[in-house]
Design a protein around this ligand. Sequence first.
Ligand SMILES: Cc1cc2nc3c(=O)[nH]c(=O)nc-3n(C[C@H](O)[C@H](O)[C@H](O)COP(=O)(O)O)c2cc1C
Length: 127
Amino acid sequence: MKTPQQTKPEELQQYDLVGFGSGIFGEKHHESLLELADKLPQINDKKAFIFSTSFVGVDSPVFGKVTGKFHVALREKLQSKGYTVAGEFNCKGFNTNRIYGRFGGMNKGRPNAEDLKNAEEFASKLK
Ligand SMILES: Cc1cc2nc3c(=O)[nH]c(=O)nc-3n(C[C@H](O)[C@H](O)[C@H](O)COP(=O)(O)O)c2cc1C
């Protein structure tokens, strides 16, 4: 696992499957990850997966399919660089944004054991 700051865009070409993920900020992945995606060289025949944590969960009645909406920016950048997106995963994450932080945060304890089990299942399906 590496942060975008530790990653040279060219080095990712050697891997057949690369995962890209972060918390969601303003309905997108973290800007450092989106910037890395912009710098990736054009590749051929490689796969990627996308993951995120956010304060609303995947099937929120208000926001609809969260992975669909929140992953759009990153997904489109990766696809434009030639990646096939093999799978996407989202779960709730602890949020101290805005007013929530003053009341002990939202989604305390998330990701929890069940989220991690779901992430493990997602990873083994990818394999
Ligand atoms: C500035 C800011 C903006 C955020 N925007 C969103 C958002 O648009 N939608 C959402 O569901 N969660 C949003 N969140 C919640 C984060 O996605 C969530 O807490 C995530 O788990 C943070 O990941 P991290 O702990 O790895 O930074 C936001 C949090 C912050 C601090």
